[in-house]
Design a protein around this ligand. Structure first.
Ligand code: TRP
Length: 358
């Protein structure tokens, strides 16, 4: 069996360190392992429009921002195909056929969609829920199956989309008695703390709309200010520190390596030692914020510098996107042909159109 990796992001803003630890680092690892036949990254502009129909400019403006983030973290256009979702005509057509395989209550049960509906106020009468928005898990199944992708590096919040995709694949293959479509599995980070990085304000989710993100593009000063603004519990320095629910420690858990201690905090050898000492009291929050800042600056500086370099090469990047999109159009069109053949709606192939029982 072929290994086809596929993933995507909605271009609604620059990518942040929540994306980075939740999925981007895994993509980079998969790329560098090299154990795949095809690796496709979709810039999911059509999906972004499902809740931004009134603001296509935002979506448009963020296509290259997201591309810069991809290239800055080290995704390599020689190894990865980058494509723009809305440019692939097979995707909405596949979506249309899959829509007949999924019930409305099944769509409404999707826990990620449910919480997104809530977050966007679509459950309020005056706003109303766009049909396209509830339907996006089906269109995501089209994204994945159009490439017969089996390996999907995503954030943990995307698991319900992959479950929905597998259900569609099974229904399709059963109903049309075929093995055209391929089942997929998620690739998640090994450290579960990476699943959902909280915002700098302590909110459970880092998100653009909550204004609590550290972006891959943030400059040194901005990062420092954001780290210093992280909420900790005020206490006397000698009192025991509390790690549970402490954002600074959550971030440390995700980014710290033993070598950081040698460089920036030689009093300790590793994270466990620091945690014990913090819980015993005597370590101020300013000190651990300074440590976290050192670590984040070290991690993000090369990314930001590469991003700034790539930002000077936009014509070449647009070219990369064009070539990737053209390749993706071909692959997804072939799958659409396979799907229509399986459904026997490829009427004009092989004089396929007949009258049965006559
Ligand atoms: N829903 C994903 C997100 O919000 C983006 C996405 C669109 C995607 N199509 C995809 C992810 C296909 C994985 C596979 O981040």
């Amino acid at each position: 069996m072929k290994n086809i990796i596929l993933t995507g992001d909605r271009p609604t803003g620059q990518l942040h360190i929540g994306h980075y630890v939740g999925s981007l680092r895994e993509r980079l690892r998969l790329q560098n392992d090299g154990n795949y036949d095809e690796f496709i990254v979709l810039i999911a502009d059509a999906q972004a429009l499902t809740d931004n129909a009134d603001n296509p400019k935002k979506v448009r403006d963020n296509i290259l921002e997201v591309m810069l983030d991809y290239l800055a973290i080290g995704l390599d256009p020689n190894k990865v195909t980058f494509a723009i979702q809305s440019m692939l005509p097979a995707l909405p057509e596949l979506t249309a056929y899959y829509m007949n395989l999924v019930s409305l209550p099944r769509l409404m049960r999707n826990p990620t969609v449910k919480s997104e509906i809530n977050l966007r106020g679509f459950d309020k009468e005056e706003t109303g829920l766009p049909v396209g928005f509830v339907n996006y898990p089906i269109s995501q199944a089209a994204d994945i199956t159009a490439f017969k992708a089996n390996i999907i590096p995503v954030g943990e919040d995307q698991l319900p989309m992959l479950e929905q995709t597998r259900e569609i694949v099974r229904s399709f293959n059963r109903i049309y008695n075929t093995n055209t479509l391929v089942e997929c599995k998620a690739i998640l980070p090994t450290n579960k703390t990476c699943y959902r990085l909280p915002g700098i304000d302590g909110n459970a989710k880092m998100s653009k709309s909550l204004g609590n993100c550290i972006y891959l593009a943030d400059d040194e000063n901005t990062i420092k200010k954001k780290v210093n603004s992280m909420k900790t519990n005020p206490r006397n320095i000698d009192e025991p520190g509390i790690i549970e629910g402490n954002v600074v420690f959550t971030y440390l858990d995700v980014f710290v390596k033993d070598e950081h201690f040698k460089k920036y905090y030689p009093e300790f050898n590793n994270f466990d030692e620091l945690k014990k000492a913090y819980e015993n009291g005597g370590i101020g929050d300013g000190k651990i914020k300074a440590f976290l800042n050192d670590i984040l600056q070290e991690e993000l500086k090369p990314i930001r510098e590469k991003r700034n370099e790539f930002a000077k090469m936009l014509p070449q990047i647009i070219d990369i996107l064009k070539q990737g999109t053209n390749k993706a159009i071909k692959i997804s069109n072939q799958t659409l042909r396979d799907v229509k053949e399986a459904m026997k709606i490829n009427y004009f192939d092989n004089d396929n159109l007949t009258i049965t029982n006559k």
